[in-house]
Design a protein around this ligand. Sequence first.
Ligand SMILES: [Zn+2]
Ligand SMILES: [Zn+2]
Length: 421
Amino acid sequence: MKRRPSFLVGIALGAALTVALTVLVAASSTEKISPVDARPREVYFPNSESLAPDEMRVIACGTGMPTTRASQAAACFLVELGNGDKFLFDIGSGSAERISSLQIPYDYLDKIFIGHLHGDHFGAIGELFIGGALMGRVVPLRIWGPSGQVPELGTKYAIEKMEEMYTWDLAGRAGLIDFRGYRTEVHEFDYKGVNQVVYQDNGVTIRSFPAIHSIDGPVSYSLEWNGLKFVFGSDTYPNKWFIEYAQDADLVVHECFVAVPDLVAKMRFTPESALLVGTQVHTAPEAFGKVMSAVKPRMAVAYHFFKDFDTTAAVNDRIRKTYDGPLSLAEDLMVWNITKDEITTRMAVVEEATWAPPGTQPAMPPKPSDRDSFSKRLGLADLEYSDFIAGGKWNVDDVLRPIYKEAGEVLGREFKYPGDE
Ligand SMILES: [Zn+2]
Ligand SMILES: [Zn+2]
């Protein structure tokens, strides 16, 4: 019984809507309110725009915290230059997926500059090391990073241990695929170097200067090319070197930490730790603003906070107490195009299921010698399955042999089935 009145109301509403829509359709067909010419894109679709020879593009591949979220990976910024060069600054946990969605051949993603060795700033390096080589990087992954007070606190040690951690992974791949990319090349430099050149090639100069964060070791970077300057802070308490060497920069990325009340309310920090971590180890939003007021970049980029509907306003208000210049509150996949005349800020729209584009150099067939050198290193006669494990194979040769035959027919050459003479 109760349903009857609302049913009737529904019919009445439906009829009214139909009349309204009919009027609208009639109006639009005569007044042409819909534009027919394409307007300039307000989003960035990867692999759809060429860079001008004097243009720099920066893409945030991670802007959040060590506890990564589907919406925010940890620190990672990609810099692409009009001369074709590409550089990654930090490669925090979760950022490898963002990088992959940008449709860049992996052999261009071979240069990483690490600001410090917290996991949220280099936690995805293993994914780029292994996954990048698997999808076309045939050169070593080149990594620049600071030394520490002792060798164990330096970049070289961290990367050596990462490769050791992957011993089984690498041994398991050697001899099966093109193994040339499964190497690293570490360039460790003095963390106390002040505005020291750590990279110079193809018109690009990258310098490092000390940062203050947790313990000795962290650094910030500047990249200069073709009259444009990008500065990346990694993590740091406001410091004099940053104020001095980030001057005259076009785009300046500096951490801006989760506001203290949110550290307590949302991350369950005690007030004591929230105050210490949020103001003394990191840069509080108010302090970020003060830094940017001193540096005066063409665009200030704040990152390293959970950017949500209920946190962003507070971060912005706190920054605006001390800074009134151009500001981007970064989130993952924010894109900046920088020329001498203009800086545009947009969001990238990515195809999540994209595959890596082909590399610039074709892959080579596997070399048995790669596997042999691993066996030697590990003190094993060979890396073949033991009799015990090999004896567990269930025979599916009858369906696998035709795959070899098919490949042979398609490619016009013979592929020997494993174990055949
Ligand atoms: Zn850190
Ligand atoms: Zn951090």
